[in-house]
Design a protein around this ligand. Sequence first.
Ligand SMILES: Cc1cc2nc3c(=O)[nH]c(=O)nc-3n(C[C@H](O)[C@H](O)[C@H](O)COP(=O)(O)OP(=O)(O)OC[C@H]3O[C@@H](n4cnc5c(N)ncnc54)[C@H](O)[C@@H]3O)c2cc1C
Length: 411
Amino acid sequence: MTTNTMTTDVLIVGGGPAGALLGFLLARRGVAVVLAEKNVTTERSFRGETIAARSVLTLRELGFEPALARHGYVPLTGISLWEKGRRIVHADYQRFPIDALPIDIPQPALIQAFLDASEPFPSHTALMGASFVSLFEEEGAVRGATVRMRGGETLDIRARLVVGADGRYSRVRKASMLEATITPMERDFLWFKFPRPPEWGHDAQLVVDRDRHLVILPTYPDLLRVGYNLPKDGFSQIRKQGIEAFRAGITELDPRLGPLVEAHIGGWHDASFLEIFTAEMEEWARDGLILIGDAAHTATPILGQGVNLAIQDAVYLAPVVAAALARNADGVVRAAELADFVGKRRTHKAMVTRFQRAQEASLARSSAVGTLLRRMRLKALDLFPLKYRLLDRVMNAPHNMSAEALHVGTL
Ligand SMILES: Cc1cc2nc3c(=O)[nH]c(=O)nc-3n(C[C@H](O)[C@H](O)[C@H](O)COP(=O)(O)OP(=O)(O)OC[C@H]3O[C@@H](n4cnc5c(N)ncnc54)[C@H](O)[C@@H]3O)c2cc1C
């Protein structure tokens, strides 16, 4: 098998929201960038489709609004929590002090918008069907990576910085030897989709009964995306009980979904399993390498922050990398030059993780007393504007973005 070679400034492994946006932002600054994505197309199902309001604003400022509008999306109007058929908490997204609503748009459309915007830049190369194999190092610094193309041939890509943006099971993270603390949550998720009844509205809903819950998200174009929580490692158990028992479990939790589940969940192929864990890292960077997005900090699905964090990582990192490359005409980008970026982003992610862990613990309560206390606390919270402050802090927290980071221009 032949091995070819290639040289670039920045090699990004993984063309998800983090990697594809970073590729565009760097190319726009004239940086030579290679984006290596293992899949040949942007197609993927059951991924984060919710873009938090803060990132909607960012994408607007970056000039992506027309591309997103051309595709179409669903604006989300609020979030509510239901128990035993009664709404316990409701927050109206229009009351947040931010000039955007979260939106739901399929990830392929978002990523395609980033790839289309990158295409005119001669310094941008997208290698689709290129899977990361290994890193290569010189004198303790990462100097590039080997990727394998679909045809089997390998390519050694020499770079001054390798960016691992290859998602929650990152192979770049493993190869980097940077340490990650993986904390499994108490439950996992099964996701499925079916048509949205016309009267459903555009609120995200959480339906809880003791330690079982459903997340119901209005999804583009006219669907509901539903996440059903399972006990840890409970998927094999639930499969043994059969699809009928699974359908009955959902209907029992939320009778409104009964007819939809009967009509649209034919078998396990209609559902997608998601293991829930958080990944935390002290160090995201080594000399010549940095991790971003899920590769550096996997979040849980609570309040749909994964795509938001990925987008903000890319926006912040681009100017830092461009400046580091310009400072030193042909050397590697050093970890010390990335330390400020890592510190700020880690602090933001830690705040999100603290909130998500507290919510996970609350949702995992199964005793009668525990669930009663949870209901009382939530009902009390619903009465006060404090709920807006709490949610706003996590969902819409500013990421301290500078005008320099945005480097606004037209697409
Ligand atoms: C089922 C499911 C539901 C989710 N729901 C939500 C939600 O509602 N809201 C939300 O905000 N987040 C959600 N998330 C999380 C969200 O999808 C991620 O946080 C977000 O996509 C992270 O973006 P990323 O670019 O860091 O990684 P990813 O989107 O995972 O992208 C990584 C990319 O790297 C590529 N790749 C992987 N390995 C290699 C390799 N060896 N070589 C080359 N390329 C490689 C992959 O093909 C992929 O394109 C969900 C995730 C899943 C799996």
